[in-house]
Write a protein that binds this ligand. Structure first.
Ligand code: IMP
Ligand code: MG
Length: 183
């Protein structure tokens, strides 16, 4: 696929659908064990987290699961988010007293999550954990962000697929790939 600058976009596979599926089995089991006998609310951060959350949720069958969704935009320049977050769509239900797991596509600088966390904590959930498909730890700026469930730790590369986009494209890929540009 070519972008508006006429550059060819090349994607090399980092994790294929089978590898993702296997890792999701493991995370789902971990969550089922950690919350045995409890009810959880998975909060998807739109839009990147949606593919991951849906597939993960289908693998969690031993405990009661509720869904909620939040849509945020993070201001910043092209490469570093500022962490100044605009809430485009807030939670539909109060999370007070609930076991909340935030489901994200990727934690990069961590600035977005650092800000979002405060938004959640202020509502006094019973517990709050963070589950991210990808962790780009090398790029972390916000030191107060810890990820409780990590799908894969990845190097500092721009990745797309399985929910992650470049200019809103590629979210529908069944795999996670590294995006490169060629003349
Ligand atoms: P933050 O830098 O941790 O605040 O990340 C902000 C957002 O940038 C993430 O939620 C993603 O939507 C996006 N992002 C960061 N790295 C990548 C990437 O490699 N591919 C696609 N989106 C990314
Ligand atoms: Mg995101």
């Amino acid at each position: 696929m070519s972008n508006e600058n006429g550059k060819k976009e090349i994607i090399s596979v980092l994790y294929d659908a089978q590898a993702i599926d296997k890792r999701l089995d493991e995370i789902a089991k971990e969550i089922e064990n950690d919350y045995a006998g409890e009810k959880i609310t998975l909060v998807c951060i739109l839009r990147g987290g949606v593919v991951f959350m849906v597939d993960l949720a289908k693998k969690i069958q031993n405990i009661t699961v509720e869904f909620d969704f939040m849509d945020v935009s993070s201001y910043g320049n092209e490469t570093v988010s500022s962490g100044i977050v605009k809430v485009n769509k807030d939670l539909s239900q109060p999370i007070t007293g609930k076991n909340v797991i935030i489901v994200e596509d990727i934690i990069d600088t961590g600035n977005t999550m650092s800000h979002l966390k405060n938004h959640f904590v202020s509502q006094k959930p019973k517990s709050l954990k963070l589950c991210s498909l990808l962790d780009k730890a090398e790029r972390r700026i916000a030191k107060d962000v810890t990820i409780d469930y990590i799908g894969f730790s990845i190097p500092d590369e721009f990745v797309v697929g399985y929910g992650l986009d470049y200019a809103q494209k590629y979210r529908n890929l069944s795999y996670i790939g590294i995006l490169k540009f060629e003349e």
